[in-house]
Design a protein. Structure first.
Length: 184
């Protein structure tokens, strides 16, 4: 079973805790059993309350990047691009105050955020190409490669398309399935 989601971890933890608590109940002295029963009853209520609290106030933390059809949506959901842009804007404004930079800070910070995403894409492309080159006798589907490299299938697909456009890999059909292979 692949655990790629915080919600799965919470479910596994809750189930295991309740199972062990119920099993431990019979081993406790009678004087402690009553108090322990309250714990066993209210622990799931606490977990569910905590879950809904997180669901209402910060739902994006319950999803892994691979849960999104496009990891770019993960960046937007967690406002990572905005955070990078804001931090860059702070640094640029400090530099501008000391007359080191001129221009529109908002535009510059957005450009840095875009460059950050492009850098991530470039690193992914290198990782994919390196793996495919090391296994140049094999052909891969985007899903299979995503599973091997632990990256979302849409990001892998975008990377494969970029690498094919750059002429580093080839694509073809294996029956009805599209596969990619590194150029030798």
């Amino acid at each position: 079973m692949k655990v790629s989601n915080p919600l799965t971890i919470v479910a596994i933890f809750s189930g295991a805790a309740e199972t062990f608590a119920t099993g431990a109940l019979v081993a406790l002295p009678l004087s402690l059993q009553e108090k322990f029963i309250y714990f066993v009853m209210f622990f799931p209520v606490f977990i569910v309350t905590l879950f809904f609290f997180v669901l209402v106030f910060k739902p994006q933390v319950l999803y892994a990047p691979s849960d999104f059809s496009n990891e770019e949506h993960f960046l937007h959901a967690n406002q990572l691009k905005e955070v990078v842009a804001q931090e860059t804007e702070k640094v640029l404004s400090e530099a501008k105050e000391s007359n080191q930079i001129t221009g529109n800070l908002k535009e510059l910070s957005n450009r840095v955020a875009e460059l950050t995403v492009k850098s991530w894409e470039h690193e992914l492309d290198e990782k994919v190409h390196k793996y495919m080159f090391e296994h140049s006798n094999e052909a891969f589907t985007h899903r299979g490669l995503g599973h091997i490299l632990l990256v979302g299938k849409s990001s892998i697909l975008a990377s494969l398309i970029r690498l094919e456009v750059d002429g580093k890999i080839l694509s073809g059909m294996d029956g009805t399935v599209k596969v990619w292979q590194a150029k030798k």
